[in-house]
Design a protein around this ligand. Structure first.
Ligand code: BES
Ligand code: MN
Ligand code: ZN
Length: 509
């Protein structure tokens, strides 16, 4: 999808479909008292001989968030179809609403096989931010995973050209905002593809190869280590999980390394959970609970997607992404209940549930990442069902003992339009991880399960400022919502990029 900027008035924009964002209560047919019946709407209504206000009244369209109204213009305007996109009340407007509206516009264009989609920006927030949100929503909303369908869908998933209607050309140039949106959308789509790819295809080795291929294409460094090297690193927890599978594990590091003095700055480190399939191991999941477990590497996909954008931001400090990729499988070689694993840091762990595998792999990889002495360390993991129970399907949980880092990540998520909510690391929950035979056990009790998992991870990061994002819910959806598709969503890519971007800007680059 090509993105263009237009400064024409909506009623004079040449396109196949014009999608006009409107605020609730600001429509021509709205009850008296609602004053701001904005000009573009009035002009469109006049050109349509009052058909627009009649349709608004007939359909009782009020412009509520995510509501739409479609009209054929019958040749009376330079576009064949007009779609009104409800944004909800002006007072509650955030650019995130525009992302969803843009996705609705793109889907309407796809259904109508409209090639040129015009989308005037509402002009109710900072214009580059609106342009970026609209472009992101449009590009992300057009995503489709149809690799494994022999018959591709007949209708396109969106238009070939998106024309963003901006204010006067005097205003800020929007090219940079749109270029960032395009980079982000490409990276998110790639992360979604990795998550959606069946586990039989995307094995740990394949995931590592994909990481390496991406790194080469974008000027990053990649390092892939196999079982022998992982053994040499004494990652007993990682190896314990990996040993039940016929597929070899891989430890992957992808790095942005700036030249000159910046190379000696403290790095940022990202760790992504990379279980390419989680059967539960000997604590086997039910079929129902196992069904979507190809998505248990969504944290890794987010980390890699973010690195792909970071490569082009060129921050003035190194950024490393680490993945411990393996499968969690039952079988003759699988790790057993009651086993004691010795972690890289030396702590011993009694296995009380082989389905609590993510924290084991992450523990060793976090310890390894912390050895690079990062200024901050963030991990993303589809870690617990308990986090979905706590926050619902659409919100990620953030855990950190470090208030400053938590504020920083929450602000980045808000700016990026991703839903993240901080959860506490209640001290008492840690007690549930006490073991009679080893330093720790890997699973406690059901209450506070997401908190216990965060406490487990915290045992392996030492003094490094660290934050854990549990993305079990929002990384993989059972049904689509706005620009978020069914299946892999790429959750985390945008927050990570915003975080690194913020740090780069703060350093004056
Ligand atoms: N990968 C799962 C968590 C998960 C569940 C992700 C549902 C996405 C959707 C994780 O490895 C797991 O199995 N966690 C257990 C932990 C328990 C055994 C302590 C869980 O949440 O039940
Ligand atoms: Mn599991
Ligand atoms: Zn898992």
């Amino acid at each position: 999808m090509k993105i263009e900027i237009s400064h024409s008035r909506p009623a004079e924009t040449k396109a196949d479909l014009l999608a006009l964002p409107v605020f609730e209560g600001e429509l021509p047919a709205a009850p008296k008292g609602a004053k701001r019946a904005s000009d573009p709407l009035a002009e469109l209504d006049r050109a349509l001989g009052g058909d627009l206000s009649r349709a608004i009244a007939d359909e009782q369209f009020r412009g509520g968030a995510e509501a739409t109204l479609t009209l054929h213009t019958g040749g009376r305007l330079p576009f064949g179809r007009l779609v009104l996109l409800g944004l909800g009340k002006r007072e509650r407007y955030q650019t995130e609403g525009l992302r969803h509206a843009a996705a609705a516009a793109v889907k309407a264009a796809g259904r109508a096989s409209a090639k040129r989609l015009a989308l005037p920006l509402p002009g109710a927030a900072d214009e580059p931010l609106e342009a970026r949100a609209a472009a992101e929503g449009a590009l992300l909303g057009a995503y489709r995973f149809d690799r494994w369908r022999s018959e591709k869908p007949k209708r396109p998933s969106g238009p070939t050209t998106l024309i963003l209607g901006a204010g006067s050309p005097k205003h800020e140039p929007l090219g940079e905002a749109i270029a960032l949106a395009e980079r982000l959308a490409e990276a998110v789509a790639w992360a979604r593809d990795l998550v959606n790819e069946p586990a039989g295809q995307l094995t740990p080795r394949r995931l590592a190869d994909e990481a390496q291929r991406m790194a080469r294409a974008h000027g990053l460094r990649a390092e892939l280590l196999g079982p022998t090297a992982i053994r040499r690193l004494r990652m007993g927890m990682f190896l314990g999980v990996a040993q039940g599978s016929a597929e070899e594990p891989r430890l992957v590091r992808v790095s942005w390394e700036p030249r000159g003095a910046a190379a000696r700055e403290r790095p940022l480190a990202i760790v992504g959970k990379a279980i390419t399939f989680d059967s539960g191991g000997l604590s086997l999941k039910s079929s129902e609970n196992m069904m979507d477990m190809k998505s248990d590497m969504a944290g890794a996909a987010a980390a890699l997607g973010a690195m792909r954008v970071i490569a082009h931001l060129r921050p003035p400090f190194p950024v490393h992404a680490f993945l411990g990729a393996c499968e969690n499988m039952p079988g003759g070689r699988a790790y057993k209940l009651g086993d004691v694993l010795v972690s890289r840091r030396g702590k011993t762990v009694e296995i009380t549930n082989t389905d609590a595998e993510g924290r084991l792999v992450l523990g060793d990889v976090l310890a390894y990442a912390a050895e690079t002495k990062p200024a901050a360390l963030v991990d993303l993991a589809t870690l617990t069902g308990a986090c979905i129970v706590a926050l619902g399907r659409w919100t990620a949980g953030a855990f950190s003992p470090n208030d400053a880092l938590a504020e920083e990540i929450l602000a980045a998520a808000r700016a990026a339009g991703e839903d993240v909510w901080r959860l506490p690391m209640t001290e008492w929950v840690k007690e549930t991880l006490k073991s009679d035979v080893a330093d720790l056990r890997n699973s406690g009790e059901r209450p506070g399960g997401a908190i216990a998992a965060a406490h487990f991870l915290s045992e392996f990061v030492g003094e490094t400022p660290w934050l854990h994002l549990d993305i079990a819910g929002p990384s993989f959806l059972a049904r689509e919502r706005g620009y978020l598709p069914k299946g892999g969503t790429g959750m985390g890519v945008r927050t990570l990029v915003e975080w690194v971007r913020g740090r780069a800007i703060a350093k004056g680059s």
